[in-house]
Design a protein around this ligand. Sequence first.
Ligand code: PLP
Length: 377
Amino acid sequence: MSRIDVMRPFLGAEEIAAVTATLESGWLAQGPKVAEFEAAFAARMEAARAVAVSSCTTALHLALVVAGIGAGDDVVVPSLSFVATANAVRYVGARPVFADVDRLTGNVTADGVKRVLTPRTRAVIAVDQGGVPVDLTGIRAVCDPLDVVVIEDAACGAGSTHRGRPVGAAADIAAWSFHPRKILTTGEGGMITTANGEWADRARALREHGTSRSAADRHRVTLPAAESYTEVAWNYRMTDLQAAVGVAQLGRLDDIVARRRELAQRYRDALDGVAGLRCVADPDDGTSNAQSFWVEVSETAARSRDGYLEALAAEHVSARRGIMAIHRQPAYAGSDAVIGDLAVTEHLTDSTLILPLFHTMTEEQFERVVRTLLATS
Ligand SMILES: *Cc1c(COP(=O)(O)O)cnc(C)c1O
């Protein structure tokens, strides 16, 4: 019996041809393919500007820097997220303040944000956890009157919608991931989208050592004018090899999301009547790309959450525990992060599991997962 992975990227001949063509072009680092990917991504996500970077983690870091967040500032983040969401806040010397999440969506809410605001709150990072769109509209209604910047961690969100638009489009600035665990992949990679031209320009410089003139621009002419380095910055560039894959992947987005939503609905049809199991679903005001399909296991279920994970592993099914709780990690013990009531976060991280779901999943694989979950002994 072959192992069923929790996720597999969906790649094909277009990606291979794109990498080959880029290798043959001789231009491997950030250049024309990165510019092409940025333009295509911005158009697809209804963003005015897109800036490609090396990961979503570096995108979040730069988002906070260009928004002017630093020491002495508080940033509201969910604890129920990948650790990078809160780490980015600490990179800039600001203080993470954890907000609890909604049990149905796993996302922070306007009320949850409001409960943890402090006089020092300067930004909120709202996450589309597992691809479920966060209520950006509600969160903006709380933040805008207070001049609190709304950053969307859309690492998992490509292809999800909120109120009929792509997630990310309603945020002040959004950060995206192209890690293979996400919907689109470039191996590693990330993107910043924003309508703010000054922020986008500064992010472009900051991803490239704070240069006044990009290396790609300098390469275009035989004798370039001297560049200067305006502030201490980083090398967070994406390569043209990655961007070539990204362009091809973006062309598959609608296909990938349709297939994932179809499989998610089939999981719900098979499991929703089962005692003690609740499957993640679309919220009222949006659609999920089903990046992570999670199931909440309650007391009335035939097995515990970990019992299901063991039963699945015995059938060579690689399911996963639910989203982590950042405040429980050793890196956050004794930190200045503000940890209040996170009861729902702790409940969800302890009681949910993520099922395998990927484009090329076969009938046999899907049936094996469902059969194992339905077996009561
Ligand atoms: C994966 C993920 C990240 C980090 O993305 P990288 O591209 O691997 O840096 C950040 N936030 C969330 C919510 C994620 O799921």
